[in-house]
Design a protein around this ligand. Structure first.
Ligand code: TRP
Length: 368
């Protein structure tokens, strides 16, 4: 029987079949040819590309055409501030940082305090705005260049966004958002209008825009891309990453609202240890004896997936862990210890930079 799954910007359910999703959404696979082309221009590859975490795209080849023609491009991504930032959120941001370094391009980061206010029953606008400013620290901590990076908060920077949103809104009808998002007569009109705001940053510059993003956000930009030529603009290009698995296993993405599904960037070393030991789904066998004999399954093991997604960037080491775990030479407790150590090494640095980011925040915030 085929497994059911659901991927929308506001809800993810079940185990995602990514090739099926690509067909459903109508996106292209990132193939070797494209990777080679990117590597040629960047001077090197990126482990997230090599490991297939960024697996799908729309018009990424056109970005490379523009690079070759000397036209360049600019970057855009964002975050809905509904809670604390968790490890999975960092994936596209880290990739953006790499692209900014390699191609020396501008980047816009949108914090959608309005969107999360519309979606979350218990959050006030004041709450989401406060979270936006808090979440911004995680972006800044990753080392973006303040001269080339601007953070937009929807309710703050509406003066910049609104004229573009209005252009988009005039070409977007209710039937389209209804069909794409499944809206009904009960949906609040804020949400019905919202896609126009998420579209707006795509058109801030007269170059093609490249958006690294979780594939769950694709539907907004499918709409944006249809509208772009109607308002005389370039269609944004997209590059999609897979969803970072929650502690409980590969069934979906981490939800920031449920405490124990995710590791937050502000978690203490002890909390990380606790979460991995207690909650990280294991691909190990039930008894030590059986594990030694039959080996574990790294493909479904959450600790291993965290290493693969991010925390073990050395391909040789990752491969050894994979083989040792599969053969039973490495135990679940050892794999978890190693993962805890790697995550905590990263977080120690990140938290320091996050603290320092408070002083830099003002330099990053868009002024109008
Ligand atoms: N809607 C996104 C979220 O809920 C936030 C967002 C705004 C975004 N603009 C974006 C995400 C551009 C990716 C790319 O997280």
């Amino acid at each position: 029987m085929e497994k059911e799954f659901k991927v929308t910007p506001w809800e993810i359910e079940g185990e995602i079949d990514y090739s099926k999703l690509m067909k459903e959404f109508g996106t292209q696979k990132i193939d070797d040819k494209l990777l080679k082309r990117l590597e040629k221009h960047a001077g090197e590859g990126h482990f997230m590309l090599k490991r297939g975490l960024f697996f799908s795209h729309r018009d990424f080849d056109k970005i490379l055409d523009d690079v070759e023609k000397g036209k360049g491009f600019f970057l855009y991504t964002g975050r809905g501030p509904s809670g604390k930032v968790h490890l999975g959120h960092l994936i596209p941001w880290i990739f953006c940082k790499w692209l900014q370094d390699k191609f020396d391009v501008n980047m816009y980061f949108q914090l959608t305090d309005d969107e999360k206010f519309y979606v979350k029953k218990d959050l006030s606008l004041k709450d989401t705005k406060k979270l936006a400013l808090d979440n911004a620290l995680d972006l800044i901590a990753l080392g973006f260049d303040p001269k080339k990076t601007k953070i937009l908060i929807d309710t703050e920077n509406i003066k910049t966004l609104y004229p573009i949103a209005a252009e988009v809104a005039k070409k977007l009808n209710f039937n389209t958002v209804k069909a794409v998002f499944g809206f009904s007569g009960e949906t609040n009109v804020g949400l019905i209008f919202y896609t126009t705001l998420q579209s707006a940053p795509c058109f801030l510059e007269d170059k093609r825009c490249l958006i690294p993003l979780g594939i769950d956000q694709d539907p907004h930009f499918r709409i944006t891309r249809d509208i772009a030529p109607k308002i005389g603009k370039e269609k944004p290009a997209l590059i999609h990453n897979m969803m970072f698995p929650p502690l409980q296993g590969l069934g979906g993405k981490m939800s920031a609202s449920n405490e124990i599904t995710a590791i937050y960037t502000t978690d203490s070393a002890k909390e990380v240890e606790n979460k991995i030991k207690k909650y990280a789904f294991s691909g190990g066998k039930y008894t030590l004896e059986e594990h030694r004999k039959k080996g574990g399954n790294p493909d479904i093991d959450v600790s291993f997936q965290y290493l693969r997604y991010f925390f073990e960037q050395d391909d040789k080491k990752l491969e050894k862990i994979y083989n040792d775990y599969k053969s039973g030479k490495m135990l679940t407790s050892e794999l978890k210890e190693y993962t805890i150590k790697k995550i905590n090494e990263f977080l120690k640095e990140h938290q320091k930079k996050r603290q320092e980011a408070k002083k830099k925040l003002d330099k990053f915030l868009m002024k109008s």
